[in-house]
Each structure stands twice: as C-alpha cells, then as structure tokens.
Design a protein around this ligand. Structure first.
Ligand SMILES: [Zn+2]
Length: 245
C-alpha cells in the first residue's frame, strides 16, 4: 500500500497539472451531514417544497426556515486533513484546481483558492434585486434576510429547478480536459455533470486516481481504498519526501 502512495506522489510531482474532483465523502470526516442519506435533511423536508427555485421566488421564508433549523451551526464545521492537503498541494504548484460537488465551502475555508463549486456555496448569498454579495447570515426564525437595498437574499447554492452556475461548469470541463492527473476523492459521481469528468480526463490522456472507501470508477488507473483524510495526508507526506530529496 505504501508503495502505491509513493507511486501516486511521484506521478503528481512529475506531472504537476493535477485537478481534484471532490464529493460528499471528503466532507464526511468533517461531520457534514449529507442531505440525501437516511436521517438527512430531505427525509424531514420535501426538497421540492423547501428548496426549489419556484417556491423560493414565491415564499423565500420556506427555504430560510429549514436552513435555520438544520444549518444553524454551519460555521462550526471545519475542514479536515484532506481539505488541508489539497490546499497545500495547490500552494506547492501541484494541484491546479479543485472541482467540487459540495456546497459546504470547506475547500476555500482550508485555503484552496482555485475552486469550482458546481452546486454553489452555502456560505455565500446575494441580493436578488441588486446582486450585492453577503456572507450567509444565521436565520434561526426563518425570516428571509434582506439586503441594504431591501431586496431578498438568495443562497448562492443551486436550488432544485435551477441551472448549475455556468462559470463553474465551464471551468470544470476545461480543467478536466487539460489536466495530467485527476484525483477523484469521496465521490461516486453518479450525478451529472460530475460523473462524466473522470472519463473526460482519461479520454484526454490523464491518469485518474480514485480515493474512496468503495471503488466507483472501474476505469481509474490507481485506486486508494481508504478515508480521504488518511490518503491525502499520506500522499502529501510522500510528495514532501520526494521534493526534499
Ligand atoms: Zn440589494
């Protein structure tokens, strides 16, 4: 197993042009609850009623009510070793972009700067009237927060019925088709468009490295079967060893 980590680290150091695709699995170790799983948010609330753009436009308090109930302490969640390792690999010039399906904002919180958030970020909101951006406020009673101008603040996350943000999407395709290595971390990527990105990278000649407790990409060139925090710390260590010699 250690041999495998060394091989992957060597690949990253020599190719450098690495892109990481991440999903819920990377944030599970930070304690981020998943929405779709048993006991998750969507078991308690019907997402079509509470988190669709159609309903939001009619009555934003529905969305802000469940948000207050469920995500009140969102700021308490911290990035874990895997997020920090990716941020450090970016500083070292090895990881050039992170593409994530997560909306928890933990990559940016860990210090990653190039992040394409395919489903937006829970930490950010913007005014529907003037576009001014704000960090997401806590709204325990569900009263929709207002902008200085009086407009309603919308979360900068993709609600049901909304298109994915065009910028993030374009970046994702661009980065996936030009990287030399792709780290696929904590995602089974059954949801499009993320599901197609590793195949795209591979088609264009990149080596795909999967980090998952359960194998999801039969076409991956390397498979590291462990939790993301453990694997990414090991890889970072190996990279440092190589660079020190
Ligand atoms: Zn405004």
């Amino acid at each position: 197993m250690e041999e495998l980590y060394r091989t992957v680290a060597q690949l990253l150091v020599s190719d450098k042009q690495c892109v990481a695709l991440t999903g819920a699995g990377i944030s599970a170790e930070s304690g981020i609850p998943t929405f779709r799983s048993k006991g998750g948010l969507w078991e308690k609330y019907d997402p079509v009623v509470y988190a669709s753009i159609e309903v939001f436009n009619q009555d934003p308090s529905k969305y802000w009510t469940i948000r207050g109930d469920f995500i009140r302490n969102y700021d308490n969640y911290e990035p874990n070793a895997a997020h920090y390792a990716l941020a450090e690999l970016e500083k070292m010039g090895i990881v050039r972009h992170v593409i994530t399906q997560n909306i928890d904002g933990l990559h940016k919180k860990a210090g990653s700067r190039k992040v394409a958030e395919l489903h937006g970020s829970l930490r950010e909101t913007y005014c529907l009237s003037c576009g001014k951006e704000y960090l997401a406020p806590n709204v325990p009673d569900g009263t929709p927060p207002a902008c200085d101008c009086g407009g309603v603040l919308k979360p900068n996350t993709v609600l049901f019925g909304e298109q994915l943000p065009r910028d993030a999407l374009e970046t994702a395709y661009q980065e996936s088709s030009t990287c030399k290595t792709m780290l696929v971390i904590g995602t089974s990527a059954v949801v499009q468009p993320a599901a197609s990105l590793p195949s795209l990278a591979k088609q264009k000649g990149a080596a795909v490295i999967e980090v998952n407790p359960q194998k999801s990409f039969p076409a991956a060139d390397y498979y590291l079967e462990e939790k993301a925090g453990i694997v990414m710390s090991m890889i970072l260590n190996e990279v440092k060893k190589i660079q020190d010699t």
